[in-house]
Design a protein around this ligand. Structure first.
Ligand code: HEC
Ligand code: HEC
Ligand code: HEC
Ligand code: HEC
Ligand code: HEC
Ligand code: HEC
Ligand code: HEC
Length: 335
């Protein structure tokens, strides 16, 4: 019978130990990754400097052996890579040569590298358990049905929106929703307000974004509070960022799609927070959406409270266990 009691106790203890170990571990990890953001140094830092010494600056220098002097040249803007942004991007731990041919170590760069092939996202991330939470495969399925995928022949691909040297996830762990909105909108405006890049992919005339949205009152306010993809993609419940860019006739134009109790923003921009809040939310009660966001931002606080509580419960559990064992022992020796 004492044996059984022991097991019973274990059933209680194991999940508690697991949770109390796990939850602080999670918040610890958050903390560490924040610390590391300032201290982390790439193991390829020196190696990458070979490239950054030219591609990290507005100008580069060459030594001309014939005239025995150094000459300075401007690096064309589209070839400049910002070091700081590179080293906080998702692929910061990469060497340039993980993605680029070793031939780039020579200068002038060999001509045949101009048609260098690049890996696609799914070559590395597809069907990989470690990245399951991102649903790469479903994103790819959506992307191939999108308007932009028709421009693949012209060179459109995932990298056009996910800049290989600066992209980092934002909405997933946003701490400032306005920054995330600006970050995501700039991805689109990189082409849609820069005709030089736009015309690389299409014969179409320039599309004036401001004019094409002049039906929308208070445009600046709207573009600061919603992302382009809120109106231009099909709502998808299973992935966090919908990637099916719809033909223009299907873009959202009706105000009530957002300005209503069942706002589509609850299934797009506010997806994470909205799940908890849906029943309460009415959009015109603007504070509700703001409040739901604040709740999201406070999640760590709740996590901390829960984990501290569980920690003390565990200690109490262990003490109780010890107490009963000692009691049982002294009972044994007494009898
Ligand atoms: C001496 C300066 C210099 C160094 C060092 C240098 N590059 Fe470049 N790179 C350039 C210039 C200038 C261009 C633009 C002219 C051209 O395309 O050749 C360029 C262009 C490129 C391009 C674009 C080619 C294209 O066709 O669009 C890539 C990619 C590139 N470099 C990668 C690298 C990598 C990777 C390294 C490091 C291994 C590197 N470069 C080192 C000066 C340099
Ligand atoms: C994760 C893979 C990856 C890494 C790491 C990477 N690149 Fe790139 N790079 C690419 C891809 C893909 C393109 C083509 C982008 C496109 O087609 O829009 C590219 C394009 C370029 C270009 C041409 C200009 C441009 O932005 O399109 C230069 C220059 C360049 N890379 C230099 C570098 C240097 C220098 C490093 C290291 C600091 C580096 N790359 C690291 C994937 C990578
Ligand atoms: C050459 C292989 C390769 C390619 C191509 C590649 N990735 Fe990655 N990616 C990685 C690796 C490896 C990591 C983990 C890097 C690390 O932890 O330092 C990563 C990290 C990430 C992360 C962060 C994951 C996390 O949980 O921290 C995201 C998001 C991501 N990649 C998206 C993309 C997207 C989008 C593309 C295409 C535009 C792409 N990757 C292309 C190999 C690749
Ligand atoms: C038209 C632009 C565009 C194209 C093309 C595109 N993406 Fe994205 N993608 C975005 C935007 C915007 C985000 C949101 C970034 C953020 O805030 O984290 C995003 C986010 C993601 C994320 C992170 C989602 C998450 O759950 O955090 C992944 C993974 C991703 N894209 C993969 C891909 C892959 C794979 C392709 C190609 C098959 C692709 N994307 C093509 C614009 C694009
Ligand atoms: C690399 C450049 C590039 C990026 C980045 C980009 N686009 Fe585009 N987009 C284009 C081009 C080029 C076209 C014109 C396609 C054509 O020829 O009809 C286009 C077309 C469109 C159209 C019009 C479709 C139609 O039926 O006429 C919409 C809407 C659009 N893009 C929205 C977006 C959004 C939203 C984003 C960001 C998530 C984005 N784009 C990112 C280049 C880009
Ligand atoms: C509130 C919803 C909404 C938002 C936010 C929005 N759009 Fe639109 N967009 C539309 C609608 C609706 C149209 C079609 C207007 C029409 O038919 O007159 C349109 C038209 C366009 C077109 C014109 C396509 C063509 O073929 O003429 C492009 C490109 C475009 N949007 C890109 C963007 C970009 C980039 C952003 C983010 C900076 C954005 N949109 C934000 C709803 C939106
Ligand atoms: C994609 C979703 C979306 C669509 C579609 C949309 N709005 Fe909005 N609208 C918003 C958001 C988000 C705000 C900012 C709310 C806030 O103040 O926090 C906003 C703000 C406003 C405001 C300013 C309210 C204030 O507090 O000053 C007005 C007015 C407005 N919208 C009218 C319209 C009209 C009229 C239409 C249709 C032509 C429309 N909206 C379509 C999302 C949308």
């Amino acid at each position: 019978m004492p044996e059984n009691k022991h097991y019973f106790f274990l059933i209680f203890l194991v999940p508690v130990l697991f949770l109390s170990g796990y939850l602080p571990a999670v918040s610890q990890e958050d903390q560490n990754s924040n610390d590391q953001e300032t201290e982390w140094v790439s193991e390829f830092y020196e190696e990458n400097e070979q490239c950054f010494k030219c591609h990290g600056e507005a100008k580069y220098s060459l030594y001309d052996e014939f005239s025995e002097r150094e000459v300075h040249k401007l690096m064309c803007e589209s070839r400049v890579i910002n070091r700081d942004k590179y080293y906080i991007s998702n692929h910061k731990s990469f060497s340039c040569l993980d993605c680029h041919d070793g031939g780039y170590q020579d200068f002038p760069h060999p001509v045949e590298l101009r048609t260098e092939e690049h890996y696609a996202c799914l070559d590395c991330h597809g069907y990989d358990e470690n990245y399951a939470q991102y649903h790469f495969e479903e994103i790819e399925e959506e992307y191939v049905q999108s308007i932009h995928a028709e421009l693949e022949e012209e060179g459109f691909n995932c990298w056009k929106c996910h800049n290989p040297h600066t992209y980092h996830i934002s909405i997933r762990n946003t701490t400032n929703l306005h920054e995330t909105i600006a970050y995501d909108n700039n991805i689109c405006l990189d082409c849609h307000s820069n005709f030089n890049r736009f015309q690389l992919l299409t014969e179409r005339d320039e599309i004036n974004i401001i004019e094409r949205h002049d039906w929308l009152p208070n445009q600046a306010l709207h573009f600061g509070n919603v992302r382009c993809i809120e109106c231009h993609t099909q709502v998808n419940d299973s992935i966090l960022v919908a990637h099916l860019l719809l033909p223009i006739e299907q873009a959202v134009q009706r105000c009530v799609e957002c300005h209503s109790r069942d706002s589509r923003l609850l299934t797009t921009l506010y997806k994470f927070e909205a799940k908890k809040q849906r029943t309460r939310a009415g959009f015109w009660n603007g504070a509700v959406l703001k409040e739901s966001y604040v709740i999201g931002a406070n999640r760590n606080l709740y996590l901390n409270i829960i984990s501290i509580t569980i920690f003390f419960l565990t200690i109490a559990g262990i003490l109780a266990h010890l107490f009963f064992r000692m009691k049982a022992k002294s009972n044994q020796t007494n009898s």
